[in-house]
Design a protein around this ligand. Structure first.
Ligand code: NAD
Length: 350
């Protein structure tokens, strides 16, 4: 679909909202009335040229692997069931998260839920912080292992994970063709690619057809550089998933995990922005997610869900939209670090 027609179709998207009002008290003692729109049901969007309708809020399952701290199996099950009850249908995981633990916990938590109630996305190619293998043999074995851990006989979306760490040509010539053979056998339905540097996506899309692109940390309050390639991806009919709208923990009131790769300048700008938000009685995580969910060209935004309370707060953002005054104040905090990122993978892929 041409980009302009795409815009018109997306603007016509039906949204059921009702107004809400909440009194909030800032740390400076000022009480403000926040007026917001409450969504009655989950909003879904088409995932590119696939036949999948995905919830705009997607369940990022990396926390189930203990990536951000311990999550009990009980909480995991409770979160997965609540998410499905409340209309989230996209679940994203990888063998890498918690070194297979996240897949196992997610598979256990999904037991008994009808398979057509959720869209399952997982990955191949990354198996540890520094362990990558995009060979056809490992790819095929990895999908079988994931199917067993996830207790299913097909994966809706299989993605090549963090491809900037490997040879992009191997992904084109070996990994994706291997996944296509699995698609022909009915083990996977759609094929995608994921990674941090944006330049990897056109490189692959120019050489081989893919169904989806998963970009992370590039559509957030401090970095919206995904918009530079978004029209091109949408024009190609490729579905866009944006992950980590909270910058992998940077845009929260807690400190990011020790392994976080962001430069110190960005980390301190985020701390300052969180304080500015708090002074206005607004939680920066809420503002960040509201901002991310608004973009109609992003089919789904994946947030890492670490607790039932976070899930509730994140569901509450759907269909609301950010407070424009606070948003402007926060964006101003990020002027000197706008689109700041960090290197990832092989130098030639950055
Ligand atoms: P994120 O930006 O979603 O941040 C997650 C962190 O924020 C966790 O610590 C979580 O507990 C916390 N959080 C979530 N909601 C909160 C709330 N309301 N208030 C306060 N804190 C809150 O980062 P992420 O988890 O890394 O990314 C989301 C998902 O996207 C991942 O789980 C994964 O599925 C996917 N992802 C994929 C790739 C890739 O394929 N290369 C990279 C990054 C993320």
């Amino acid at each position: 679909m041409p980009f302009r027609e795409g815009i018109d179709a997306l603007i016509a998207e039906p949204i059921v909202r009702r107004p809400g009002r909440q009194a909030v008290s800032g740390s400076n003692g000022v009480v403000r009335q926040l007026v917001y729109w409450r969504i009655e049901a989950m909003i879904t969007r088409q995932l590119g040229g696939t036949d999948l309708q995905v919830s705009i809020l997607g369940f990022g399952a990396s926390p189930l692997g203990g990536v951000f701290g311990t999550v009990t199996e009980n909480d995991a099950q409770c979160m997965v069931h609540t998410a499905i009850d409340r209309g989230i249908n996209l679940f994203d995981v990888s063998p890498f998260y918690g070194i297979t633990r996240a897949e196992t916990v997610l598979g256990d938590s999904l037991r008994g839920i009808p398979r057509d109630r959720y869209v399952l996305a997982t990955k191949v190619g990354r198996y540890d912080a520094a362990l990558f293998d995009f060979s056809a043999e490992r790819t095929i074995r990895s999908v079988d292992e994931s199917l067993a851990r996830l207790r299913t006989d097909y994966i809706d979306l299989i993605q090549c994970h963090d491809i900037e760490f490997g040879s992009l040509d191997q992904v084109v010539n070996e990994t994706i063709p291997a996944l296509r053979t699995l698609r022909d056998r009915g083990k996977v339905r759609f094929i995608g690619i994921t990674g941090l540097p944006l330049k990897i996506f056109p490189y692959i899309m120019d050489r081989i057809e893919v169904d989806t692109v998963l970009s992370y940390c590039h559509y957030t309050l401090y970095d919206d550089s995904l918009t530079t390639i978004l029209p091109d991806i949408v024009e190609r009919g490729v579905g866009v998933i944006s992950a980590a709208p909270l910058g992998m923990g940077l845009l929260t009131n807690d400190s990011p995990p020790n392994w976080h790769p962001a430069p110190e300048k960005l980390k301190s700008a985020c701390l300052n922005a969180a304080r500015v938000c708090r002074d206005q009685g607004v939680d920066i995580s809420r503002l960040a997610l509201q901002f991310a969910l608004e973009n109609p060209f992003i089919s789904s935004t994946l947030v890492g869900i670490g607790s039932p309370g976070q899930l509730e707060n994140n569901l509450d953002c759907v269909g609301t939209g950010p407070d424009e005054v606070v948003l402007k104040m926060v964006l101003d905090c990020f002027t000197s670090v706008h689109n700041m990122t960090w290197p990832s993978g092989l130098p030639e892929n950055n």
